[in-house]
Design a protein around this ligand. Structure first.
Ligand code: ZN
Length: 296
């Protein structure tokens, strides 16, 4: 059931930049987003509406969101929100789709958002009730493994999907937040998920921490999954593994899929120009493969 078309959602301006300590000037962030739009991305996660004290890098969330929404009315810009307050700020900035994160591991959820999983679901329900016209996406973080507990049982992921659908989320992504998923595990998890929820589409958010990112994409594609989040240059890192590779790199993903005759709608050369710009302007190690091939 291999797909012939994939949807790639670019998350570098949020997941990638969030992991960089030194503040990236708003103007530079906007230029990166320009490059991503010009490369053909139809959906880009541009920022996170978090408290600026928690993540100072995202203190320009409102300005970024408002600027790009006005400039590119035909592109979908999404944002991450941790709570109702963030959802309200995103909504007031013109964002139409938000991502909300709950970890499959209780310990990781506590560490990440200082709430129990149950409290996080209550927060999600609150957002759903309050903002009925926002598209609401749930990211199930650590769906394939947790830095504290190790492997996460598939039954836990299935249970969370059930709760989220009852609340009325529009769609769900499974995230390998710390990059531990292996292809066999991804295949088995997706089969269990598709078995229980055959009429729903799911997406994957993968990290390449241990070099298994694209192998996991391949396994997902073979099971009919066609929506992936990735970051230009492979930015993203992992707070629990300093120096580790980040998200799967968008340019590596586009290159692999296009060579397999799976269309992405992304212009690879323009995307590589954008990663070159990131490399030049932002002090961070790009861990993507194509990003590190010398083209000069
Ligand atoms: Zn990520």
């Amino acid at each position: 059931m291999q797909v012939n078309k994939a949807n790639i959602i670019e998350v570098c301006p949020r997941d990638g930049f969030q992991n960089i300590n030194e503040f990236i000037p708003t103007e530079t962030k906007l230029k990166v987003i320009d490059g991503l739009v010009n490369s053909g991305f139809q959906k880009i996660q541009v920022t996170s509406f978090v408290h600026p004290k928690a993540v100072p890098q995202m203190k320009d969330a409102k300005e970024i969101a408002q600027t790009v929404i006005e400039k590119y009315p035909n592109v979908d810009f999404t944002a991450l929100v941790p709570n109702l307050f963030g959802a309200k700020a995103a909504y007031e900035s013109g964002i139409k789709e938000i991502s909300y994160v709950i970890s499959a591991s209780e310990a990781h959820n506590k560490e990440n958002v200082r709430r129990t999983i149950e409290e996080s679901f209550e927060g999600l329900a609150e957002i759903r009730n309050r903002f009925k016209d926002l598209t609401l996406k749930l990211d199930i973080a650590t769906a394939f493994g947790c830095p504290f507990l190790g492997e996460v049982p598939v039954s836990q992921v299935l249970k969370m999907i059930g709760t989220a659908l009852k609340i009325g989320v529009d769609y769900i992504f499974l995230a390998d937040t710390i990059g531990v998923a292996n292809p066999k595990q991804v295949g088995e998890t997706l089969e269990a998920v598709k078995d229980k929820y055959p009429d729903r589409d799911f997406g994957l958010h993968l990290h390449d921490t241990r070099g298994m990112g694209l192998a996991n994409v391949l396994v997902a594609i073979e099971r009919g999954i066609s929506t992936f989040e990735s970051a230009a240059g492979g930015l993203g890192g992992c707070p629990f593994a300093p120096g580790a590779a980040g998200n799967i790199a968008s340019e590596d993903l586009v290159n692999m899929l296009e060579r397999m005759d799976i269309s992405t709608g992304i212009d690879l050369n323009k995307l590589i120009d954008t990663t070159d710009f990131i490399k030049e302007k932002i002090k961070a190690d790009l861990t993507g493969h194509l990003a590190n091939i010398c083209r000069k």
